[in-house]
Design a binder for this molecule. Structure first.
Ligand SMILES: NC(=O)c1ccc[n+]([C@@H]2O[C@H](COP(=O)([O-])OP(=O)(O)OC[C@H]3O[C@@H](n4cnc5c(N)ncnc54)[C@H](OP(=O)(O)O)[C@@H]3O)[C@@H](O)[C@H]2O)c1
Length: 321
């Protein structure tokens, strides 16, 4: 089978489409015939050699990719949740790679994909959807009457966070460039702030939850976000590699506000199942800005590294029949 591998860290050109052995699923794993995966910022961070959080785990040669959607080809003998032929979406085992024709992964990291989604739509979102679900629903406890501010609302994580918060009845404010304002309103944002020309800290107050889904590490933005939080509010952050400053923590404490870094929720199958229901009910749309083939992965990474992708970039591994 073919898969993307890197044999050295570096630019997009280090990613090679190589012939590698097809994995064999362990007892608690499924073998997935992959139809689609997607590009996430973590992929190019890993490709370049990682950050403080990831570096200790990276060993060359290595695969890439955090997402997958496909068809279950084999099930390990302890797996009771799936059968051969099921259409599934989820995330590979840690650093195992989704840019591949087949992967073996723990069954509890997958769920049945939304019935109304194509493989490209289902493969676009697992890692972004899981972190947005953790940030907005599990940690942020989105609900009617709550005011949520989402930084980076037009991106892969942000565009799902907006829709999850809206689906749970919250009032949603997103930051984005001006050209994304109509798009964000079309997916449910109540207000959009153009972060290049407007100061959110002058416009907002009494925010219950700030969800930082921007790909840009910006300590000023974090501090200004404390100003708009209400007493007891929460700042939820996706940027595991970027520790909070003393100033930020002090400002939060003065407001009795809290903060937390988040990754994927512990029970991935359950969260992916809930997300699939929202998609099947028409409450959440998967936003794809472009579909590349696996062989075009370098071009897809270059686009992702602009930090201005709307929604997701998909890598189509196989054509759907
Ligand atoms: N820990 C985890 O498990 C995990 C999983 C997935 C993602 N993440 C993290 O979540 C973050 C977002 O990931 P992503 O996949 O959503 O990234 P992304 O899709 O690449 O984000 C692109 C979006 O960011 C917006 N943006 C760029 N600069 C901005 C700024 N200064 N302020 C506000 N928005 C800005 C852009 O909007 P405009 O074009 O309108 O400017 C664009 O739509 C990243 O830090 C990523 O590492 C973590």
């Amino acid at each position: 089978m073919k898969a993307i591998r890197i044999n050295e860290f570096g630019g997009p050109e280090v990613m090679k489409l190589e012939e590698v052995a097809r994995p064999v699923p362990a007892a608690d794993e499924i073998l997935v015939k992959v139809y689609a995966t997607s590009v996430n910022p973590a992929d190019y961070v890993i490709r370049k050699g990682g950050n403080n959080f990831l570096r200790p785990y990276l060993k060359l040669p290595m695969p890439l990719g955090l997402d997958a959607a496909g068809i279950v080809e084999e099930v390990g003998n302890e797996v009771t949740t799936f059968k051969t032929g099921d259409k599934v979406y989820g995330i590979p085992n840690f650093l195992d790679g989704g840019y591949t024709e087949y992967l073996a992964a723990k069954a509890n990291k997958f769920a049945l994909m939304p019935h109304r989604s194509t493989f490209n739509e289902a493969g676009a979102i697992p890692s972004c959807a899981l972190i947005a679900w953790n940030g907005i629903v599990i940690t942020g406890k989105a609900q009617p009457g709550q005011r949520v501010l989402i930084h980076g609302a037009a991106g892969g994580v942000g565009s799902l966070a907006v829709q999850f918060a809206k689906a749970k009845g919250a009032y949603v404010i997103g930051t984005a460039s001006a050209n994304n304002a109509d798009f964000l309103k079309s997916i449910g944002a109540d207000e959009v702030i153009d972060y290049k020309n407007q100061k959110f800290e002058d416009l907002l107050h009494d925010i219950d939850v700030v969800f930082n889904a921007s790909p840009v590490r910006d300590s000023e933005m974090r501090l200004k976000s404390v100003d708009v939080l209400k007493e007891g509010g929460i700042f939820v952050c996706t940027q595991l590699d970027s520790p909070f400053s003393e100033d930020f923590l002090k400002a939060l404490a003065e407001k009795n506000a809290t903060t937390t870094f988040i990754g994927s929720p512990f029970d991935r199958s359950e969260a992916l199942g809930e997300i699939a229901k929202l998609i099947d009910d028409g409450k959440v749309k998967v936003i794809i800005s472009k579909i590349y083939s696996l062989a075009e992965v370098a071009e897809a990474h270059r686009e992702s590294e602009t930090n201005h992708v709307r929604g997701k970039l998909v890598l189509e591994v196989r054509k759907e029949n």
